[in-house]
Ligand binder design. Structure first.
Ligand code: PMV
Length: 353
């Protein structure tokens, strides 16, 4: 079948890892298994318009033909990353050079918030491309298979993007305790989850909105000659094993220990690499200490996790929403840049628009 022109749109959320992926090999394959909550309110919407190139065009120009627009404005700085993505996935979606593409993308969160848009952005793009492929082959592809391939492609754009296709809990990386887990794509967490962890809340405190000091590409590469790398990969896999009964039984105090330790271990890897980095800011530490105090004083189950940056993800069960929101508004807010934070919660993943 030939497709002359058209457009497809997808919305895909960001995700927050409980057990972190940090370190990769080969073509974006993880050195350890990771698990994440898929979010809802922090998402990217992408429209991919395509127009068939003439034979003359494709034979003259053997390169990819695309333009990227963020919030309606051409964004050339995104193009090298997408060029690289296209190179990696061309063998799986071989029609890429037959079309001229316009990629129009918007994020629900501020561009300069320090919230990484690579997971939500790359997964929307993977889904759009796959939906074009589906039309080209005009075959009925079962949703599960479609999701697997979308996740497989998203992974080649940005590793953690493969966990943004579905939700609310996604696993990526081969793990002995989880049947069907693979390094190639993310899959839904297959075991029982206690009500405590349903509709889990994540308020993202925007501590530092600046550009990342270390790109995740550089960060992952620093794990190659890292003195603690092997121990770290083992620790992550062990933590995932420990989480399975915790998620089933709803033992939140144990959940907190693993989640906070994972966040600090991720940052410890950056502090002990060569070159070394401190991605936390003074306000990150201030917030962490206040969360610990709040937990001691009120028996709240609030905890924190971190990405590769200074922002703090404040995690808590739904019934504690009011108490924690008040704590954030009256206390933690002062440590956020311009007092900004975003309330989010777990969700089901990407949707076609
Ligand atoms: O997807 P990448 O290559 O940007 O890596 C991100 C890794 C962390 O966000 C720091 C952890 C994770 O598992 O999401």
């Amino acid at each position: 079948k030939t497709l002359e022109k058209g457009s497809v749109s997808y919305q895909s959320p960001s995700n927050i890892a409980l057990v972190k992926y940090w370190g990769k090999y080969g073509e974006q394959l993880p050195k350890n298994a990771s698990i994440s909550f898929t979010l809802s309110n922090c998402y990217t919407k992408t429209t991919l318009s395509y127009q068939k190139r003439s034979l003359a065009e494709t034979s003259e120009h053997k390169d990819f033909d695309f333009e990227v627009f963020l919030d309606g404005k051409r964004e050339e700085s995104f193009e090298p990353k997408i060029e690289k993505f296209f190179e990696r996935i061309e063998k799986y979606v071989p029609f890429l050079k037959d079309y001229k593409f316009k990629i129009e993308t918007t994020n629900s969160f501020p561009h300069s918030s320090g919230i990484a848009s690579s997971a939500s952005g790359m997964s929307t793009l993977a889904l759009c491309l796959l939906s074009i492929e589906k039309q080209l082959v005009s075959e009925k592809i079962p949703q599960q298979l479609f999701n697997k391939k979308a996740s497989f492609l998203a992974r080649l754009g940005s590793g953690s993007a493969c966990r943004s296709i579905a939700g609310p809990l996604m696993v990526w990386g081969e793990h002995p305790d989880i049947d069907g887990s693979t390094n190639l794509f993310g899959t839904n967490y297959p075991f029982e989850v206690h009500d405590t962890f349903k509709n889990y809340q994540d308020t993202i405190l925007l501590v530092d909105k600046g550009e990342k000091q270390v790109s995740s590409t550089v960060g992952h590469n620093l794990m190659h000659d890292h003195p603690f790398a092997e121990q770290r990969f083992k620790q992550a896999n062990d933590n995932l094993s420990k989480l399975i009964p915790i998620l089933k039984e709803g033992t939140i105090s144990e959940f907190i220990k693993i989640v906070e330790s994972e966040a600090l271990s991720l940052h410890a890897m950056m502090m002990t690499s060569m070159p070394y980095f401190i991605l936390m800011k003074p306000n990150t530490l201030e917030i962490i200490n206040r969360i610990w105090n709040f937990r001691k004083e009120t028996e709240s189950n609030v905890c924190f996790t971190l990405d590769a940056g200074a922002n703090v993800h404040v995690l808590y069960p739904e019934p504690e929403k009011e108490a924690v929101s008040t704590f954030i508004e009256t206390d933690l807010k002062q440590f956020c840049k311009n007092g900004e934070y975003i309330h989010d919660h777990t969700g089901e993943g990407a949707i076609a628009l």
